[in-house]
Design a binder for this molecule. Structure first.
Ligand code: OAD
Length: 235
């Protein structure tokens, strides 16, 4: 066991929301198996067929807002840890759902955007959205149809909040990745940045990934995340 951490950075991926009923991306029946990435998650796909992209994110937003989808014990454990931990804490999520904030997490960055937001292509103004929207929806700032897109980072685009994320990775002494396959850059390299600065690196995942963390804990997020973070509070 390592000494008690003073600064903790956590990265979450789709695996933490899987037991809440939201599909992961790369499982055999995951989102990318049924919706080709290049069609629904690239700027080029949006130019080619915007309606397909609007439909994809409208469906995902409706699913997120359905009464069946709720934060699970892993989301709650992270919020509890943030509340009770004495040091500094940053939660970075690749997820576009809102389950971390619904569980009570506060110091949270959505690096891949948020399903419940859209932005104007002209002004970059970000708006909250719960209803469906598409090419015909008038933008609230420029009153022009066709100017609104999901506030989600697509392949080939720069993730959000990278300055704050890099600062946290460079100053943390414990980095923990939860439920992410490590397939998508730059999130896949976060543990290496933390390691370079001598942080202890931990992976909590259902199964093995190819990443070289110092410690691996395998099991469903709703079991391993509460147990791991409870033990961390006792160090
Ligand atoms: P993936 O679908 O690539 O990986 C999900 C990970 O969660 C896998 O490693 C699973 O083993 C693990 N997992 C599944 N169920 C779990 C459970 N119950 N408990 C713990 N772990 C579990 O999803 P991400 O790594 O999040 O980006 O994908 C990263 C990015 O790729 C996404 O943010 C998205 C996608 O393309 C964009 O859309 C830009």
């Amino acid at each position: 066991m390592f000494k008690a951490p003073r600064s903790v950075a956590v990265l979450t991926g789709a695996g933490i929301s899987a037991e809440s009923g939201i599909e992961t991306f790369r499982a055999t029946d995951g989102l990318w198996a049924n919706h080709p990435v290049e069609e629904v998650a690239t700027p080029e796909g949006f130019v080619r067929n915007p309606q397909k992209v609007y439909d994809f994110y409208n469906q995902r937003r409706q699913q997120l807002l359905s009464s069946d989808i709720k934060p699970n014990a892993a989301h709650t454990a992270l919020a509890k840890f943030e509340y009770e931990f004495n040091g500094s804490f940053l939660l970075i999520t690749q997820n576009v759902d809102n389950l971390h904030e619904r569980a009570g997490s506060k110091n949270l960055l959505h690096m891949h955007g948020e399903l419940l937001k859209m932005h104007c292509l002209n002004s970059r103004t970000v708006f909250n959205i719960e209803k469906d929207f598409d090419f015909d929806t008038l933008c609230q700032c420029c009153r022009t149809p066709g100017n609104l897109r999901p506030h989600v980072v697509w392949f080939g685009e720069m993730p959000l909040h990278m300055n704050e994320i890099n600062s946290a990775l460079e100053s943390c002494d414990l980095f923990i990745a939860i439920g992410t396959s490590g397939n998508v850059y730059p999130a896949s390299g976060f543990y290496q940045i933390a390691k370079t600065r001598k942080a202890h690196t931990v992976e909590l995942n259902l199964g093995e990934t190819e990443s070289a963390f110092d410690t691996h804990v395998y099991g469903p997020a709703t079991e391993v995340v509460p147990a791991y973070f409870e033990s961390l509070l006792q160090t």
